[in-house]
Design a protein around this ligand. Structure first.
Ligand code: F6R
Length: 261
């Protein structure tokens, strides 16, 4: 596991976008796993800039999103379909048929989840999976207690997640209670993981993810077992890392980027 501490959100976003762009340049038909939420927005903005100013070509890229709320129509302004369209897809030259976001209104959700797993396999598996992290340590909507080998399925959202995500809705009661989510096993099947976190609110979850024992109660800790996991965080999200590796101290003292393997 590689930990990179950047001085702020913008730098964190840039390095994540650079890693994704490098993949696309080397493999134009790359399969990329995408996340929603506040954290990846800077990365998406940088990818859009690279497309517009540097001609980064998404015409053969295939994407699979991590999750979607059950019951929200793709046109609903809080659905992850809508989020992806507004914040990335409509600004780049990706083909709509190459983008995949779980269908929160699928008539047969179990069948849909099986199909989503098959679609990922048939695409040749995910080259880079982008991840955020919940303040409770979830990845995608794999809440504390999720099976570490799980595949795409419906999960009940944790009360902490509902509280955290209420900011995107008019009030807490409007936050859906269930979501379709890639499983932890699905995520671990990706060839490379990039986990992003920014801000003090994520510091405890990051400390446990990087330094804690692997436990289903903090699903993100599983990334310790992935052979190619990169954790890119800003200084605030790094504040509870207790291991005093000099690189992180260097960054905290304003000396630039810190890396540790
Ligand atoms: C969203 C997702 C979630 C978020 C996490 C952090 O697709 O998979 O796990 O990454 O809840 O959300 P933000 O970035 O809004 O803090």
């Amino acid at each position: 596991m590689e930990v990179i501490v950047e001085k702020n959100y913008e730098e964190m976003s840039k390095i994540a976008a650079e890693l994704i762009a490098e993949l696309i340049k080397n493999k134009p038909n790359a399969v990329i796993g995408l996340a929603t939420g506040s954290t990846p927005l800077g990365t998406y903005n940088e990818l859009i800039r690279m497309h517009k100013e540097e001609g980064l070509d998404f015409s053969k890229v295939i994407t699979f999103n991590l999750d979607e709320y059950v019951g929200l129509h793709p046109c609903h302004s809080r659905s992850y379909h809508y989020f992806m369209k507004e914040n990335l897809f409509k600004h780049i030259n990706i083909k709509p048929e190459n983008t995949h976001v779980p269908d929160g209104i699928a008539p047969d959700i179990l069948k849909f989840c099986e199909q989503y797993e098959n679609d990922i396999k048939n695409a040749g598996s995910i080259d880079i999976q982008l991840l955020g992290i919940g303040s409770n340590g979830h990845i995608a909507f794999n809440e504390p207690g999720s099976s570490l080998g799980s595949t795409t399925r419906v999960k009940t959202l944790d009360s902490k997640t509902i509280e955290d995500n209420a900011r995107f809705f008019d009030n807490r009661d409007e936050v859906p209670k269930y979501a379709i989510t890639m499983g932890i096993g699905t995520i671990m099947g990706a060839k490379k993981l990039i986990l992003l976190a920014s801000g003090k609110n994520k510091a405890s979850a990051i400390a446990t993810t990087v330094e804690g024992p692997i436990t289903a109660m903090v699903p993100a800790t599983i990334v310790q077992l992935h052979p190619k996991a990169i954790i890119i965080i800003d200084k605030l999200a790094a504040t509870k890392l207790t291991r005093e590796f000099p690189a992180v101290l260097g960054t905290l003292q304003g000396k630039g980027r810190a890396r540790d393997n």
